[in-house]
Ligand binder design. Structure first.
Ligand code: AVJ
Length: 328
């Protein structure tokens, strides 16, 4: 029997490939009046964008990934013990590099019954499934290809699950979307499940803004890449050189906002979205928000969704937070 035949991998897909939703989202986001134009952050992550994000996580200025990994490495064994988790559901699994600590602790405790990677990118889910079954032969993997804002209902039923949403990806959502997402998580939880949420924390503006304005310009390239995606997928003619990367902290909504600013007047045609766009010099397109949380806000938002904060872990400097929540 080949090694492959021994793998216990199931993958369910709920997102249709193709540019249909991109075209719709670009049309509705860029078709707005000046000052309100935006693109959704999920479109930053094509193959090149994911590579650039990977480089971001290793930049000296970008502390979140390192801090979260340090917390996980330290807390994983205790988390597995106190939650009694037997299954790991990872929402937005990405390359699953930080979850390794959780899986390792679960396997070490003889408590790893199943791994459920959930991501919008099918190749990510497939790679995760193969890497993890290489590491843990015989581990059942049930991957779900879906959008965590729409398809949480398709996560396979289970018990004693640790449902992890790491990397502060929740910070990309607008407040109303955040409420809906947390309610969706709560809805999929049974009494024995726990929710593990990674969030970047509010801190000095200088540190926050430096993390999104790195000296090497990797974040700028990452931000500009969304225009390359639209050029490729929708036949648009954005001139990447004509846009400047902007990232500033806004204390009102407590988020760092990524924008692309036109250096001069731009006339762009986006045939795939049936859109002709004129941008005035200095006009900006919002491409991402990255919310920075406090313990109070987290406890309140989890409570509104019907969850109770059971534990809150940070790194020694208090840069990043890991919340453990139970359904009430
Ligand atoms: C993956 C959404 C958590 O907001 O810090 C990093 C994305 N954007 N640098 C973040 C990102 C620019 C990142 N998240």
């Amino acid at each position: 029997m080949s090694a492959l035949a021994e793998r216990d991998i199931t993958i369910d897909s709920f997102v249709d490939a193709g540019a249909g939703s991109l075209a719709r989202d670009v049309r509705s986001g860029l078709g707005r009046p000046p000052g309100e134009r935006e693109l959704q952050p999920k479109y930053l992550y094509d193959e090149h964008g994911s590579e650039l994000f990977d480089r971001i996580t290793r930049l000296p200025e970008y502390y979140p990934t390192r801090c979260e990994r340090a917390i996980l490495n330290r807390q994983a064994p205790g988390l597995v013990e106190t939650t009694g988790a037997r299954e790991l559901v990872e929402l937005g699994s990405g390359t699953a590099s930080k979850t390794r600590a959780l899986l390792y602790a679960m396997a070490g405790a003889g408590a790893l019954d199943r791994y459920v990677p959930f991501d919008v990118d099918p190749s990510v889910v497939e790679n995760c499934a193969h890497e993890l079954t290489d590491l843990y032969p015989g581990l059942p993997v049930h991957g779900v290809v879906g959008d965590f804002q729409h398809h949480l209902g398709h996560v396979p039923a289970g018990e004693r699950r640790l449902i992890a949403f790491l990397g502060s990806t929740i910070g990309n959502l607008l407040p109303s979307e955040r409420g809906a997402f947390l309610a969706g998580v709560r809805e999929m939880m049974g009494p024995s499940d726990r929710f593990l949420l990674g969030t970047d924390l509010l801190k000095e503006v200088g540190v926050l803004e430096a993390a999104y304005n790195d000296r090497e310009g990797v974040t700028a390239a990452f931000n500009l890449n969304v225009l390359r995606v639209i050029n490729r997928e929708l036949g648009a003619d954005f001139d990447l050189e004509a846009f400047e990367h902007v990232a500033t902290f806004d204390p009102g909504p407590s988020w760092v906002e990524l924008r692309l600013r036109a250096r001069s007047e731009q006339r762009v045609s986006i045939p795939g979205a049936d859109l002709e766009l004129t941008l005035a010099p200095g006009e900006e397109i919002r491409t991402e928000v990255s919310t920075k949380f406090t313990l109070d806000v987290l406890a309140r938002e989890l409570a509104s969704a019907g969850m109770e904060l059971e534990a809150f872990f940070t790194d020694p400097a208090g840069m990043f937070g890991l919340s453990l929540a139970a359904p009430v």
